[in-house]
Design a protein around this ligand. Structure first.
Ligand SMILES: [Zn+2]
Length: 124
């Protein structure tokens, strides 16, 4: 029987093949041919094979939607991570007011001179 395979829908698209029913009703066998003409069997399970190309297309669209949702989630995560790198500044080693090297980084960002108490702002 003619079957439409959606297992590789996101990389190769929907594959059309000749499938054979197996003892397991949800599983079919597809015979493939190697370049040396020897044969091999591939097995596909539901829902990755369909008897109608329209059903296969519906499933493929569902797989695309799932992948897109996952990519959008990943994009949000990466953008949040990227924003953290915006707060990185060059280290301050001298006070611009009194030239002392006794400066320390404040936990809330920015630097402070311990000698003259000058606050030192840095721009990323
Ligand atoms: Zn200072």
């Amino acid at each position: 029987m003619k079957v439409w395979i959606t297992k590789y829908a996101l990389s190769q698209g929907i594959l059309e093949a000749e499938g054979t029913q197996t003892e397991t009703p949800t599983m079919i066998r597809v015979r493939g041919k190697n370049t040396d003409l020897s044969v091999y069997d591939s097995y596909f399970h539901k829902p990755y094979w369909h008897l109608s190309p329209v059903d296969a297309a519906e499933h493929a669209k569902h797989l695309v939607d799932k992948k897109l949702a996952s990519l959008i989630k990943q994009e949000k995560k990466l953008k949040k991570l990227r924003r953290q790198f915006d707060n990185v500044t060059e280290p301050v080693d001298k006070c611009p007011v009194c030239n002392s090297d006794d400066v320390r980084q404040l936990p809330m960002g920015g630097w402070e001179c311990r000698k003259c108490d000058a606050g030192i702002t840095t721009t990323p």
